[in-house]
Design a protein around this ligand. Structure first.
Ligand SMILES: *[C@@H]1O[C@H](CO)[C@@H](O)[C@H](O)[C@H]1NC(C)=O
Ligand SMILES: *[C@@H]1O[C@H](CO)[C@@H](O)[C@H](O)[C@H]1NC(C)=O
Ligand SMILES: *[C@@H]1O[C@H](CO)[C@@H](O)[C@H](O)[C@H]1NC(C)=O
Length: 532
């Protein structure tokens, strides 16, 4: 009796605590690298607002350590490959993107890229096995009573899990790199005449041949992605569910798509009610710098400083390239803070300091900052836009070349190719970005647009997640396009119907004419014959 009372009291207390916090229970799909950096501020805000956030973490995770204390709950799962194998594959991909790609013909590049994509999918499916095929993990997830699944779909399968757990799904992504998720699966309108394909390196202003290329690009994308991605995923999903499943259709059932760009950086395009553009989620004002860094920054005088990073993934570059970059930087009047953990270049100038880590956002927000040399990751670009800093782009891989095409088209950046640039190219480009007024002005303009919105991107992302939980999904924002066939979507059946009507009217017209013609002429010829 005593025990029972005790038990019901604690249950009551637990219920009360849950009710008191008014928190929802949010499950987060596993991810890595910049994708995780992007989700984190949203998750932190959700925790601040009293929600419970639990992140799925694979045993092979590069970025998360479930033993470390954290504000998020972790749901660990085992995968059949090691962190070393994953790292090795990633390095191969980096090497291909950074060095090989510029020296291959189109066909070789395409074949190699497709091979890498297939391998990548195999890794993704092994990760997925760790969740969906583990009775232990699935049992825990079902017992977890989650209210929503939040996911960056870079690792596939979250849509299937949301379906199995029967909970709403919110996606967050920059865009689907080489894939066709938004356009093909989520029905986001993308007229090839003015919406450049992701990774095509085109802008929204295309001449005739660029439009031809963009048109072909979309078609090629749909065909190749089906072959290397959807076919395999359909097989996998069907095996798990035991009935034939179209994985692309399942992805299209996501309630909300939080796209991590905005009209500062992206080209204007048509969109759907369940697409929200939240670029710049992690933007925040600069904090004071650590003392030693501040001292170095102040020593730059009126010339100011340049911030230089190639992102969290690039630990070292070749010695030759390192020397070339260092000697170019040695020739500019600014002081340079270079985030780099590779071997120290021999040609490093007295004006350049190398750091293992830099407080990038705080540096970009410093009044002495004149330019940002970047690999073109969205996070860095958004920090630069937030603070209005002009950029010099040295794109490496993934979405980086395309990102920098955007900033260049908006006038706030210059872009060089790491593999072909010379010391002079780099020196002149840095000088141009700093000294030609147009770069700074364009960067300031982007910054104004970025800040001039009714609600901050972070609050907007959080709002839509809470909205989806409150309304138990957002199916009311879903366009009927999902239910149409491709010929209905393009009204081809209606066009064919009209064509038939027109043909029928023409037929009637011709018939009537020929009838009248025969009547008149027939009579004439008989009168003629009579006269003869
Ligand atoms: C994870 O964190 C724990 C506790 O801080 C530490 O002992 C362990 O070495 C870490 N593991 C990795 C792989 O970093
Ligand atoms: C992962 O593997 C370890 C060691 O084999 C085991 O102790 C643990 O329970 C497994 N975790 C899950 C979630 O299956
Ligand atoms: C980077 O460093 C590692 C280990 O120090 C080395 O094995 C590798 O060759 C280096 N890569 C480049 C591109 O220099």
């Amino acid at each position: 009796m005593k025990n029972q009372e005790h038990l019901s009291l604690s249950v009551l207390l637990l219920l009360f605590a849950a009710w008191g916090a008014n928190g929802e229970n949010i499950l987060v799909w596993y991810t890595e690298g910049s994708h995780w950096i992007n989700l984190k501020p949203v998750l932190e805000t959700l925790v601040d607002k009293g929600h419970k956030v639990t992140v799925l973490v694979p045993s092979s995770s590069m970025f998360m350590n479930v033993s470390e204390p954290s504000r998020f709950g972790y749901e660990p799962f085992n995968v059949s490959f090691s962190l070393e194998e994953a790292t090795k594959f990633f390095e191969e991909y980096l090497y291909f993107s950074m060095y090989e790609i510029d020296h291959l013909g189109y066909l070789q590049m395409y074949i190699k890229y497709m091979d890498l994509m297939k391998l990548d999918l195999q890794f993704s499916l092994k990760l997925l096995d760790g969740v969906l095929k583990s009775e232990k993990v699935m049992k825990r997830l079902k017992e977890g009573k989650y209210d929503l699944l939040f996911s960056d779909p870079i690792y596939p399968g979250s849509d299937l899990l949301a379906e199995i757990l029967d909970i709403p799904l919110v996606f967050s992504l920059r865009f689907s790199l080489v894939h066709n998720w938004e356009r093909y699966c989520a029905q986001l309108p993308a007229p090839p005449s003015f919406v450049p394909g992701a990774m095509s390196k085109l802008t929204d202003k295309m001449d005739f041949f660029e439009r031809v290329w963009n048109f072909i690009f979309y078609a090629l994308q749909d065909i190749t992605i089906y072959d290397v991605y959807w076919k395999e995923l359909n097989r996998y999903y069907s095996e798990i569910k035991g009935t034939p499943i179209n994985a692309c259709e399942m992805m299209g059932r996501a309630d909300i798509w939080l796209i991590r760009t905005y009209w500062d950086f992206d080209f204007p395009r048509p969109f759907l009610p369940n697409f929200i553009f939240v670029g710049g989620i992690h933007g925040r004002p600069a904090k004071p710098l650590p003392e030693d860094i501040e001292e170095f920054v102040q020593s730059s005088g009126d010339a100011g400083i340049v911030v230089f990073t190639l992102g969290s993934f690039i630990k070292n570059i070749t010695t030759e390239r390192g020397n070339m970059i260092a000697s170019a930087l040695a020739q500019i009047p600014q002081k340079i803070l270079w985030r780099y953990s590779g071997e120290k270049p021999a040609t490093l100038g007295a004006n350049t300091r190398i750091y293992d880590w830099i407080p990038q956002n705080d540096l970009l927000g410093h009044p002495k900052t004149r330019a940002f040399i970047t690999h073109g990751g969205t996070n860095g670009i958004y920090e630069a836009i937030y603070h209005g800093v002009p950029m010099l782009g040295l794109p490496m891989f993934a979405d980086q070349p395309d990102n920098l095409v955007h900033v260049e088209a908006k006038g706030a950046a210059r872009v060089l190719n790491m593999n072909f640039m010379t010391t002079e190219d780099l020196r002149d480009a840095v000088n141009a970005v700093i000294n030609e007024k147009s770069y700074k002005e364009s960067a300031m303009q982007l910054s104004r647009i970025h800040h001039d919105r009714p609600i901050s991107p972070l609050d907007e992302a959080v709002f839509w997640i809470e909205y989806t939980i409150r309304n138990k999904g957002a199916k009311h924002l879903r366009v009927q396009a999902h239910e149409l066939t491709w010929y209905q979507y393009h009204s081809l059946d209606v066009a064919v119907f009209f064509l038939f009507i027109v043909l029928f009217i023409m037929y009637l017209f011709i018939k009537t004419c020929s009838f009248c013609f025969r009547r008149c002429c027939g009579r004439k010829s008989t009168t003629k014959r009579k006269a003869e």
